[in-house]
Ligand binder design. Structure first.
Ligand code: U5P
Length: 376
């Protein structure tokens, strides 16, 4: 049976927006009718689908409001779409504000639309520590019909911090493996001035403090002392100035390429030999999965969901937060042992296929929706 599914996410760059959009596209390909309700067009929604609709939330700044009322505008739009399109399910990404808006919208619409909330991290790992928001997050979770988290680590952390009276199911993130696979992009190596002998490390993030990009730089500084190597830095964000300064201080400007925000990351992963993600908070780490699918082993920190994505000693290494020397040692070991690297690379591709395949994950969400619709 075809379902009518509403999806709300923050449509900007970031793991949650990407996963929500990809999920919508795959559900549409399976014949469901998808209604995105968000403030701008999700950035990965780059293709026409006859059964995907986009409802824009307009946030007006009236002078009576000190702050533009995004949450209220969103709730009104959700209520409107729930009623008009007779949605079966509204799947929201982030407990606050999105789950809370959905609950309000459901009351306004007066239908039995089912609410699925997916926790992606920031709502719990950052906002969960704010006592003034704790009860609101708890409310959003408890009043949702089903709640999922993108890793076991996040589900456990939510239970510890928020203590909701609600089961939280883990449904891992996924990638579209038709997009993320090794491509022949060797011309990029030449364009970026990367020599045959050089190994390529890559880091992709939003350059926020929690990503600890400075640890990536320090680790890389030690790596390139031992072997010829280049570091690709992809993305942009508030830490960029500090990161640039550190690169200069360490005298490795020639070795570090600042690429800024990029599209078509599969081309960049395809010329990379090692992914570094050394965050102090990370509920999943979608970039690890993207790299793995392109056959790139990773080194990550023993933090949040990272150890659920990287299999230590099989598809990469898990090391303690801040232990940059250990990162460099492991990296050099891996990059100078072609047989080991090949083994890790193959295992990474296989792991994506067995644990994080898009059809497995999409089917999990689909069965959650069906379970709820059957209970109506
Ligand atoms: N991303 C880009 N371009 C960039 C930086 C990041 O598309 O320049 C995407 C990554 O490919 C990934 C998401 O899908 O943003 C970040 O995921 P996460 O690391 O926040 O989970």
């Amino acid at each position: 049976m075809k379902l009518k599914i509403g999806i709300t996410c923050y449509p900007t760059v970031g793991g949650s927006g990407v996963v929500a959009t990809e999920l919508g596209k795959l559900l549409a390909e399976k014949g469901h009718e998808i209604h995105f309700i968000s403030s701008s067009l999700p950035f990965r929604l780059n293709k026409m689908y006859h059964n995907i609709f986009y409802h824009q939330v307009e946030v007006n700044s009236y002078s009576v409001f000190q702050y533009p009322p995004y949450d209220l505008a969103l709730a009104s739009k959700m209520a409107d779409v729930i009623k008009r399109e007779q949605l079966d399910v509204l799947h929201v990404h982030y407990a606050i504000p999105h789950a809370v808006c959905a609950i309000l919208a459901k009351q306004m619409a007066g239908t039995d639309v089912k609410i699925v909330t997916t926790l992606h991290g920031t709502d719990i790992t950052v906002l969960g520590y704010d006592p003034s928001l704790n009860d609101l997050i708890k409310f959003g979770i408890e009043k949702s019909d089903i709640v999922t988290a993108v890793s076991n680590a996040l589900a456990i952390q939510t239970k510890e911090l928020i203590a909701p009276d609600k089961d939280i199911r883990t449904v891992y993130n996924f990638i579209d493996e038709r997009v993320y696979q090794k491509t022949d992009s060797s011309h990029l190596r030449e364009m970026y001035g990367i020599n045959e002998s050089e190994k390529v490390c890559i880091h992709v993030s939003n350059f926020r403090a929690v990503k600890r990009v400075q640890d990536v730089i320090r680790s890389f500084a030690s790596i390139q002392e031992k072997i010829p190597a280049k570091l690709l830095l992809v993305g942009d964000g508030p830490e960029m100035t500090v990161v640039c300064r550190l690169v200069q201080e360490l005298g490795i400007e020639e070795k570090v390429l600042f690429l800024g925000k990029q599209d078509k990351l599969e081309d960049l992963y395809s010329i990379s030999d090692l992914m570094l993600l050394l965050s102090e908070k990370e509920s999943f780490g979608l970039v690890l999965l993207e790299a793995m699918a392109c056959g790139v082993p990773s080194i990550g920190t023993n933090v949040g969901g990272i150890p659920e994505v990287i299999e230590d000693g099989e598809t990469g290494y898990i090391l303690d937060l801040g232990d940059n020397q250990a990162v460099a040692d492991r990296a050099v070991g891996l990059l100078t042992d072609p047989d080991l690297h090949k083994r890790f690379s193959k295992a990474a591709v296989a792991k994506v296929k067995s644990k994080f395949r898009s059809d497995i994950i999409t089917a999990k969400y689909e069965s959650i929706y069906r379970e709820l619709v059957a209970s109506k």
